[in-house]
Design a protein around this ligand. Structure first.
Ligand SMILES: Cc1cc2nc3c(=O)[nH]c(=O)nc-3n(C[C@H](O)[C@H](O)[C@H](O)COP(=O)(O)OP(=O)(O)OC[C@H]3O[C@@H](n4cnc5c(N)ncnc54)[C@H](O)[C@@H]3O)c2cc1C
Length: 453
């Protein structure tokens, strides 16, 4: 059966199909070190919607599972090959179809890299605001399929808040167009929102029209050092009650040390935490003053501010280096929990407790103003006991977030890595409903089976 499927794929798509395991291996995993990886039957390197339609029709007729792959920067194993799957890469569908400055939209193929869209929009004085730390290495299709977040969500929202309409291919090859490029649309069910964050389990996104915003003329950046992580997150809670920064990022002492080691930046290594804050828009300077006042009132040992955009971007770059820097310290297991912002102090206390109980090093950074933290467990991959302790600590951190009314994943998605925790967040009725929705899109259950929910 599977040989017949690859023969048919090769007949229809020729050299776009790879079956040699020496070549398919490099497409088979994302950036999550501990998520399961299988061996694909074939990799298809699609360059058009027609290629996607042909691949899905073959998959449906032979009953072969399909894993869609964007840029492979995911952190939950969602794009990892499963055994015997067709790994459908849409990386080569990377055309910016249109930028419409009057309507403030961009229409793009799914493989367009986030920062490439940002650069193209900037030529029109516009910007695409969703900015994951992976903006240079993640695709718009992947961002949509994971409902990616980033630094500016606290003011501008997540990917879902910026998608007007989608073109997607269903497993039987039907092409559907969802949503509208009107500012308002309540016609029928919101299929766009269903596809966003669905991690390739419903359909393959082949085109997206997204909203752009004008580039902000004003931007202030504040760096505030704190003697405790608790003081830093208390400042986050107080700041977000008074104003709306466009980013408010936390790094703890372990993360600061890792970033300093990787970049040579001289962030105060004595501080237990740093907040990196930006304010933008016409009220940037006023809002920045509020942020400075609140930081000082919460015991910041040093508060530095710049209104120079380039200098600010350099400072924020320290935060963008957090994950690569921690990766240099050993193997990592990265959590992505979210809690209501007011409960951030409880969450950081819980992380400290888990770290002590399991004797693991945890570097915590994240989008503090969203209540979305990435406690990152660093362990020696050669030490089986350490690996086990890391897994247990990972689970306990998720459970601590759930106990605070939080979420298993704020932005990275569930993939396979966090699947066991979904049933701890939602009940049987909600999970069954998700599976009924999936069955409506994917009656044969071939789209990224066993992932997401
Ligand atoms: C250094 C680093 C920093 C990061 N920072 C952030 C951050 O700040 N915020 C954040 O949200 N994430 C972050 N991530 C995680 C990751 O970059 C995002 O999840 C991103 O959205 C994945 O995009 P991708 O193109 O790499 O998708 P992939 O990893 O290829 O795929 C991710 C999921 O989407 C599905 N998929 C991909 N393309 C399509 C498509 N066209 N149609 C249907 N399904 C599809 C896949 O099947 C898979 O389930 C970071 C990752 C790294 C390595």
């Amino acid at each position: 059966m599977s040989t017949a499927a690859t023969t048919e794929l090769e007949r229809l798509l020729g050299t776009k199909v790879l079956t040699d395991p020496d070549r398919t291996g490099s497409w088979s995993r994302d950036q999550s070190p501990l998520a399961d990886v299988g061996t694909p039957l074939a990799v298809v390197r699609a360059t058009s919607t027609d290629d996607v339609v042909a691949t899905l029709r073959v998959a449906t007729s032979f009953g072969v599972p399909v894993v869609t792959r964007g840029a492979g920067s995911g952190l939950a194993g969602g794009a990892n090959a499963s055994d015997g799957c067709i790994l459908l890469s849409v990386e080569g569908m990377d055309e910016i179809v249109e930028i419409d400055p009057a309507r403030r939209t961009a229409t793009v193929q799914p493989g367009v890299i986030n920062s490439a869209l940002g650069r193209a929009a900037a030529e029109h004085g516009l910007r695409y605001t969703p900015d994951p730390g992976s903006r240079d290495i993640s695709s718009i299709g992947g961002n949509i399929a994971t409902n990616a977040g980033g630094m500016t969500c606290c003011k501008y929202g997540v990917t879902a808040d910026h998608v007007a309409s989608l073109v997607a291919v269903l497993p039987d090859g039907t092409v559907v167009r969802t949503g509208a490029t009107t500012r308002k649309n309540v016609t029928g069910l919101d299929l766009t929102r269903l596809l966003i964050g669905s991690e390739g389990t419903l359909a393959v996104v082949v085109e997206a029209t997204v909203w752009l915003k004008p580039v902000s003329e004003h931007e202030s950046t504040i760096v505030a050092m704190f003697p405790t992580v608790d003081a830093a997150v208390q400042a986050v809670v107080a700041t977000t009650a008074r104003t709306t920064p466009s980013a408010m990022e936390l790094m703890d002492r372990t993360t600061i040390a890792a970033v300093n080691a990787l970049t040579g930046m001289g962030i105060d290594a004595e501080a237990e935490a740093v907040l990196l804050i930006t304010c933008d828009g016409p009220a940037a300077a006023t809002e920045a003053v509020v942020c400075e006042e609140v930081a000082s009132a919460h015991g910041a040992t040093e508060v530095f501010r710049t209104d120079d955009r380039d200098e600010g971007a350099e400072l924020m770059n320290a935060r963008r280096m957090a994950l690569p820097a921690l990766e240099k310290q050993g193997s990592i297991l990265l959590d992505d929990v979210g809690v209501p912002v007011g409960l951030l102090p409880d969450m950081v206390a819980a992380i400290a407790k888990v770290s002590a109980e399991h004797d693991v090093v945890v570097g915590t950074f994240g989008h503090a103003a969203d209540g979305n933290l990435h406690p990152t467990i660093i362990f020696d991959p050669a030490d089986d006991a350490a690996r086990q302790r890391a897994r247990e600590a990972f689970a306990d951190i998720v459970r601590a977030a759930l106990a605070l009314g939080g979420t298993v994943s704020g932005e990275h998605g569930i993939g396979s890595l966090k699947l066991p925790f979904v049933t701890e967040m939602y009940g049987a009725a909600e999970i069954a409903l998700m599976h009924r929705v999936k069955a409506a899109f994917d009656p044969d259950g071939i789209m990224n089976p066993g992932r997401g929910y």
